[in-house]
Design a protein around this ligand. Structure first.
Ligand SMILES: Cc1cc2nc3c(=O)[nH]c(=O)nc-3n(C[C@H](O)[C@H](O)[C@H](O)COP(=O)(O)O)c2cc1C
Length: 286
């Protein structure tokens, strides 16, 4: 899958490679109303990573339903809509509005965005609020519900378990790791929002350890994300317990990265004589 916020609405990439070969496309985080996002600058490169503070710039759910869903309806690749809100009711309303829309195959509930003032990661920071949002979305939709967790907590396993009990069909992790950069010539934080979320290869070991931990805490499928750039990275996440993976920041340097990762997984399986990926899921846990 593509990771939310790193692959637009999929439409931007369809002329670059055959996106229909992917497992799924997760679109940019979507809110009830359109958002302009945070002040610039919103991106800063770091060693082996990327800091962003986009702040959920998006076209809003109504425009998404009107302009994007009809395009997705003709695609083979399923599209999952990443949703974010400031209140539990926002999430429920988003799920309700997206219910029955042709072209949408699932919801990914973003309770982990570090870059917005209200809502976002606050909901993902403790088991009770994470469960409340999950239950509200579950009650408002018949679509598969993925809940995306933040690494910016000390209790990710408990949060995952609570989300599972509240009705999530799958868990995706991780969102970005809270971080910062300072411009030493201006003596000011580099990002307009001061802090941002770190992604890319720098966070892969953190993400991998969290997938491993969460795999021991829930029975529902896990979608691993964080720094995946190659098929071999993806195999590590699968061996840690993920049933699927998402590719995010890697797409910025190489737009074909999600497909390269998929082909890399297939190549590894061929070389190792593995016919069913299920043989590898959680292999490092036994
Ligand atoms: C520029 C940018 C925008 C993002 N926007 C979203 C978003 O809208 N919703 C969300 O759940 N995650 C968002 N993320 C987080 C990614 O989906 C992913 O969880 C994270 O970047 C870690 O994966 P990666 O290292 O492969 O990028 C964003 C990440 C980046 C770099």
């Amino acid at each position: 899958m593509t990771a939310a916020g790193t692959f637009g609405y999929g439409t931007e990439y369809r002329h670059l490679f055959d996106i229909q070969k992917l497992g799924a496309i997760v679109c940019k985080g979507t809110t009830l109303e359109p958002r302009e996002g945070n002040p610039q600058p919103r991106l800063a490169e770091t060693a082996c990573g990327l800091l962003n503070s986009i702040g959920l710039q998006n076209i809003g759910v109504k425009a998404l339903i009107r302009e994007k869903a009809p395009i997705w309806a003709s695609w083979r690749v399923p599209v999952i809509v990443n949703i974010a809100g400031e209140t539990v009711d926002d999430y429920a309303q988003l799920a309700h509005q997206l219910e029955g829309v042709v072209g949408i195959s699932g919801l990914e509930v973003n309770i982990s965005c570090p870059n917005i003032k209200a809502g976002g990661a606050e909901f993902g920071a403790n088991p009770e609020s994470a469960a409340r949002v999950t239950a509200a979305v579950r009650a408002a939709t018949s679509l598969p519900v993925l809940v995306k967790l933040t690494p910016n907590t000390g209790e990710i396993a408990r949060i995952a378990a609570a989300v599972g009990e509240a009705g999530a069909d799958a868990i995706s992790l991780i969102n970005t790791v809270r971080g910062m950069a300072i411009d030493i010539t201006t003596r000011r934080p580099l990002l307009g929002n001061k802090t941002g979320g770190l992604s890319g290869p720098a966070i892969k070991p953190i993400a991998l350890a969290m997938v491993y931990e969460v795999a021991g805490a829930v029975d529902i499928p896990i979608i691993g994300c964080g720094g995946i750039t190659t098929g071999r990275d993806a195999i590590e996440f699968i061996m840690a317990g993920a049933s699927a993976v998402q590719v995010g920041t890697a797409s910025f340097a190489n737009p074909r990265a999600p497909l390269d990762v998929l082909e890399g997984i297939e190549e590894f399986m061929r070389k190792e004589g593995i016919e069913d990926i299920a043989e590898l899921i959680g292999a490092a846990r036994h």
